[in-house]
Design a binder for this molecule. Structure first.
Ligand code: ITT
Length: 178
C-alpha cells in the first residue's frame, strides 16, 4: 500500500521507509513542519497533531510522535523530548544523569493514522538505559546515548530497525491496515 507520512525529521522518515518496505508498503514523505503541540502524554500530542493536520491535508496520512522516558527522572523528557533535545541535547542529559545509579529508560513511539475519516493511534516501546557517554555514528536524536543490550542505537546501524519503538509501533499499525 502507498502511505503518506508526515514528518519534518529526515532520520525518522528514512527508518519508516525502510521498515515499511519490509512489510510491502511504499512510504511517501510529506515534509511538513507542523506546530509541536503540547500535551501531557505522547499519545495526546500525536492525536491532537493528526486531528489538526487532517483539516488541512484531507487525504489519508500518518505521523508519529516519539519521546525518551527516563525512569529516575520521573519520565522526563517524555512529551518534552523535542524541546529538550534542541536545548540541552545529549550532553545535557548525560549531565543530568551524572551519579544516578538507576539508568533505565525507554523510547515510546505513537503513530496517529488519519484514514480519511477518523484518527487512530498505535504505540510501540523499547526498554534500554542511558549511557554515560555518547557513542556511535548512526541514527539521529538521542540514539548516541540510548543503550540497548550493551550497544547504543547509534552503534547498531540498521539493526536498530529490528527492535526500535518505531518498528514496534509500525508493526501494530501495519497489521491493523492489513
Ligand atoms: P516530527 O516532525 O515528526 O515531529 P521531531 O524530530 O520533532 O519530528 P518528535 O517530536 O517525535 O520528532 O521527537 C522528539 C525528540 O525525540 C526529537 O528530538 C527526536 O530527535 C527524538 N527521537 C525520536 N525518535 C528517536 C529515535 O528513534 N532515536 C533517537 N531520538 C529520537
Amino acid at each position: 500500500m502507498r502511505l503518506l507520512f508526515i514528518t519534518s525529521n529526515e532520520g525518522k522518515f528514512r527508518e519508516v521507509k525502510e521498515i515499511g518496505k519490509g512489510y510491502g508498503h511504499e512510504i511517501e514523505w510529506l515534509r511538513i513542519e507542523y506546530e509541536e503541540l503540547q500535551g501531557n502524554t505522547i499519545e495526546e500530542i500525536a492525536k491532537k497533531s493528526a486531528d489538526l493536520l487532517s483539516k488541512e491535508v484531507k487525504k489519508p496520512f500518518f505521523l508519529e510522535d516519539s519521546g525518551l522516558v527516563i525512569h529516575a527522572l520521573n519520565g522526563f523528557p517524555g512529551p518534552y523530548s523535542s524541546y529538550v533535545f534542541k536545548t540541552i541535547g545529549n550532553k545535557g542529559i548525560i549531565k543530568l544523569m551524572d551519579g544516578v545509579e538507576n539508568r533505565r529508560a525507554k523510547f515510546i513511539a505513537v503513530i496517529a493514522y488519519f484514514d480519511g475519516k477518523d484518527v487512530k493511534t498505535f504505540k510501540g516501546e523499547v526498554e534500554g538505559e542511558i549511557a554515560t557517554e555518547m557513542r556511535g555514528e548512526h541514527g539521529f536524536g538521542y540514539d548516541p546515548i540510548f543503550l540497548y543490550n550493551g550497544r547504543t542505537f547509534a552503534e547498531m546501524g540498521d539493526e536498530k530497525n529490528l527492535v526500535s519503538h518505531r518498528r514496534r509501533a509500525l508493526e501494530v499499525f501495519f497489521s491493523s491496515i492489513g
